[in-house]
Design a protein around this ligand. Sequence first.
Ligand SMILES: Cc1ncc(COP(=O)(O)O)c(C=O)c1O
Length: 468
Amino acid sequence: MKLKMENTINNLGSTYTLFQNECNDALKGLINKLFLNKNYRVFNILNKLRKNYPNVSIENNELALESFYNSYMKNGYIKYVGNTGYKMFNPFNNILEEIDKNEAGTVPINNNEIVTKNNNFTNPNVNNLYDLNYNNYKQMITSKKTVVWCSNDYLCLSNDKRVIDVGIETLKKIGNSSGGTRNISGSLLNHTQLEYILAKWYNKESALLFTSGYIANLGALETLGKLLNLIYVSDEMNHASMINGMRESRCMKYIFKHNDMKDLERILKTIRTDNELKNRKVMIVFESVYSMTGNTSNIPQIIKLAKKYNTLTYIDEVHAVGLYGNKGSGYVEELKLCNQIDVINGTLSKAIGSLGGFICANKYFIDVIRSYSSHFIFTTSLTPVNINTAAEAIHIIQNDINLRLKFQNVVKKTKQKLTEMGIEIINNRTHIVVALINCADKCKKICDELKHDYDIYIQPINYPTVPR
Ligand SMILES: Cc1ncc(COP(=O)(O)O)c(C=O)c1O
């Protein structure tokens, strides 16, 4: 048995050996088990691709990431858009030109169909069809301006001129698609740079991008759960993406009452005094800012309990990313506790104003997740515009504390005004303003009226998104 394992490892190249040498014993044991069970196909394939796809840990300086980072911190991302990406070559333009020259205007599309060059826009039926749609469309548009009161684009960075400039430059220089999954052809240097930026932002060794915050939770929790045979201990108010990630791992799960440290400790004690469970790896899963109430979790106390009962910690910072802390990375940074949390999850889709999600953790966690998570491997990577605009937005957030202060001021004034007008709001210290109506019909009616009479769009949130 031992010989077989060594043979397997020897065949797998440097990343695996590095992993074996440096990884902690428990994780190493579990990975070995995977190898023995012949579940190593993904590692094997990735090792062959590693030359073009370096491990994005902050200590890896293969791609001059450190000097890139220093310059980015000073000047923003625009100068890196063109230099580091690559212009996608579009072979179809040339092929079509050739056909134009050689075949006097006819292009075979498939066996049944011949389209004559230039005739599709002069065809009167096609024009009518377009006109009809356009008129319908025009009727749906009004010239009224509506203010959206429930947007997650917290800092309006999706409309910032500097971000838009980076987006336009990216489209011109790279195009609109990443061109594939991360392991096949969808890994641009821009992805790597953004992962480096995120790792630095959260003071972690490494980071990994996913196509959304939702998918990042699914991928990380499913994979870590399976690999480490975890027991999850989860806050009852956790987001659906975390619940589904834990569910997909098929691991054992305990739920503690929302933010209730006594209940959390009761569960941890039960696990650690149970003969069968006491040596298992446990992970506490929670959010920093809960978007339905706006309250924050008791992070210092959770960390204390995690140390006392020897557990891992996983936090979802989705609603705090970009808004709290000295560098604006989130609530954990504000508390100066990034180093004390094992895995931090976040989104590029809210305060950063783009699309995508990520996790930050130590390089071993990141390496196994990117090697084993189907939510990371089998999907097209984020587009160049998504990632480059996110990099620019993060630069703005890090360098412009006034943007955050201005936002928090608006929140404070809104809460003040609502209270003055006798509207009951939940008392919290975050940017989430929760006005309790306590009746679904009334809540819908108020929202309709706001839209109709004041051009304010706000979405009522009812059961089951929140408790009845
Ligand atoms: C707590 C929490 N986690 C994760 C997500 C998913 O993030 P994304 O919109 O990037 O998929 C959300 C979305 O609203 C959320 O509220």
